[in-house]
Design a binder for this molecule. Structure first.
Ligand SMILES: Nc1ncnc2c1ncn2[C@@H]1O[C@H](COP(=O)(O)OP(=O)(O)OP(=O)(O)O)[C@@H](O)[C@H]1O
Ligand SMILES: [Mg+2]
Length: 409
């Protein structure tokens, strides 16, 4: 944990909005002291496609948060998503040095061994998250430091991303005068803010349904075991509503947010809504059930893809704690109920918790990633102590390879 009084900023670069959350470390945890949110115009399906538009939105969101917090932000923890993200499990084995007692150096070496998989040049490793260690024949070890053994094995979850997408995020942040302390997979950040420890222990899937992507993270026995990103989100719903009700996109978005419901059976047939038309035609009055009939199959489809992803990952029997849905799209009425029908497990809506300060504003599923980035940043010191060493060794090795290649050509 960082020191009391330290300021941590999270920058959630989403498809529909860019949110900057500023947190201050207190004795009890974190107080949110600044929030800035600005519509994002430069992203598609979670990936930056227009640098200038993204820089502009980041600048506005950060300025707003800084004004509210009354402080300046120089460093941010930035989120990343998109179809280019890949997650897989890996493992590495080393012999224990130093009198058969596991030291920090052994942990760095074994994690290095686990991450030493061939990945294409245009991809880079974002996270190497240890799941458990095995010393000699003993498995299920979470804290191996100081234990005695000869053979140390690490099981890890590795997340990789397209180098270009990572670089574009860094470029946008740098252009706004911000250093990027770390780039964090969005669903890992969201998990930090919405999950309870006992859920992670029992097994749980977090499903963050934003505007352009649906991000999944699965935990079991306290460790991250699976990650996936689906290129589907709330924007598809808005699009369906615009086409189905023959109304402009802006109006479709407003109608969705105001009157949308995921379950048609829960909407009274008497309820009506006024729908503006296109091409100067007069507005029409339609049943609210018609709106639900457009929303329901699309949401069902999203959850059907989520169910397939969980099944294909082999984690179906490992989520006894159920599913936690978060992200802006889950604000829709009756989302958890529809999710339960499709997924056949208990589902709850996840809001950022365990933070103080401007709680009323951030207790909203769309701020799960932003708040989670701050929470992730608050424990970064504990992680970096270990990661820097592995990064250092890996970096030095890569540096040497690069030098060697450049002298050859
Ligand atoms: N009240 C509401 N009812 C229904 N949907 C809503 C509501 N408020 C926001 N949304 C939808 O939530 C989506 C945005 O969610 P969120 O802010 O989590 O996405 P994002 O982080 O910008 O995108 P992504 O994570 O996909 O890159 C939009 O599609 C928006 O229409
Ligand atoms: Mg998001």
């Amino acid at each position: 944990m960082k020191e009391v009084g330290e300021i941590i900023a999270g920058l959630d670069i989403g498809t529909t909005k860019i949110a900057c959350i500023i947190g201050e470390v207190t004795n009890d945890g974190i107080d949110v002291i600044g929030i800035g949110s600005h519509p994002s115009q430069g992203l598609r399906k979670g990936v930056v496609i227009n640098i200038d538009a993204t820089i502009n939105s980041i600048r506005k969101a950060v300025e707003e948060a800084e004004l509210m917090a009354g402080c300046e932000v120089n460093t941010v923890y930035a989120g990343i998503a998109g179809g280019h993200i890949q997650g897989f499990n890996s493992h590495g084995i080393v012999a224990v040095n130093n009198d058969k007692e596991v030291k920090r150096g052994d942990l760095c070496r074994v994690v290095d061994a686990a991450r030493a998989v061939a990945i294409p040049m245009d991809r880079q490793v974002l996270h190497v998250i240890p799941q458990e260690y095995v010393i000699d024949e003993q498995d299920g070890i979470k804290e191996p430091l100081g234990m005695t053994g000869v053979r140390l094995e690490a099981k890890v979850h590795v997340v990789t991303a397209a180098v270009s997408s990572v670089e574009n995020i860094i470029k946008c942040a740098n252009a706004c005068g911000l250093e990027v302390a770390d780039i964090v997979l969005e669903q890992i950040a969201s998990s930090e803010s919405v999950l309870e420890e006992d859920e992670k222990e029992l097994g749980v899937a977090v499903v963050d349904i934003g505007g352009g992507t649906t991000d999944i993270a699965i935990y079991n026995q306290g460790s991250l075991i699976h990650t996936a990103v689906l290129s589907l989100g709330g924007n598809h719903l808005t699009n369906d509503i615009a086409v189905g009700l023959r109304t402009p996109m802006k109006e479709a978005e407003r109608i969705k947010q105001r009157f949308g419901c995921a379950l048609t059976s829960r909407v009274s047939p008497e309820e009506t809504i006024e729908v503006p038309s296109v091409g100067g035609r007069p507005p029409r009055v339609l049943s609210r059930q018609i709106l639900s009939e457009i929303i329901e199959p699309r949401v069902e489809e999203i959850f059907a893809y989520v169910a397939r992803e969980i099944k294909d990952s082999g984690c179906e029997d490992l989520i006894a704690g159920g599913v936690v849905i978060t992200g802006g799209t889950t604000i829709l009425d009756n989302m958890p109920q529809l999710a339960e029908e499709v997924l056949n497990v208990p589902v709850r809506r996840g809001l950022p918790r365990d933070v103080g300060g401007l709680v009323d504003v951030v207790r909203n599923p769309k701020f799960a990633t932003g708040v989670g980035l701050v929470e992730y940043g608050s424990t970064a010191a504990d992680r970096s102590l270990f990661e820097e060493e592995t990064e250092g060794m890996y970096g030095r090795l890569m540096g040497r390879v690069r030098q060697w290649v450049s002298t050859m050509f």
